[in-house]
Ligand binder design. Sequence first.
Ligand code: FMN
Length: 172
Amino acid sequence: MTLEIIKTRRSIRKYKSTPVTDEQIRALLEAAMLSPSACNTRPWRFIAIKNREMLDNLAEIHPYAKMLKTAPLCIAVIALPKTQERDDNLPVGFYPQDCGAATQNILLQAESMNLGTCWCGVYPKDATMKAVAEALKTTADEIPFCLIAVGEKDEAPNQRGKFEEERITWIK
Ligand SMILES: Cc1cc2nc3c(=O)[nH]c(=O)nc-3n(C[C@H](O)[C@H](O)[C@H](O)COP(=O)(O)O)c2cc1C
């Protein structure tokens, strides 16, 4: 992963209808599943949604995911908090960080394949979590973490320089 890919990635909110292939989706999810996680618990599963009716439905029920109306693919990242409950309690509660790392891996892998993405937060917004859980029929043990719009970009936002020296404290 190069700094160039990280610099080029922007949130994309307009997509072309070109389908994302299953092979491309597998590459995105392989990147996700290689993310670090607390005690290697990998508290996630993924739903790859290509169905236009479901994409439109998700665009309706999520307050800030209208780009799913043009995106050919949505990947829902589903957190599995129970997988972190064990006798030593060590990984308990880390699932949002783990799912965030998996999400970012998907975004960067997609950028490296010249696919656009937009991370649409679901957790910890109760109403959105409930609506997405109902739409995707997740179980009571599962938490919809986020929706990621994916597809060929139909807009080209500029790279942004965000390096801010004043946010760094050096301890040398
Ligand atoms: C946790 C999280 C939740 C986000 N939720 C949304 C969202 O619901 N809808 C949306 O259009 N963008 C969403 N974004 C994208 C941010 O708005 C975007 O990353 C930010 O403005 C910086 O722009 P950039 O991604 O182009 O660098 C989310 C990003 C994160 C990390």
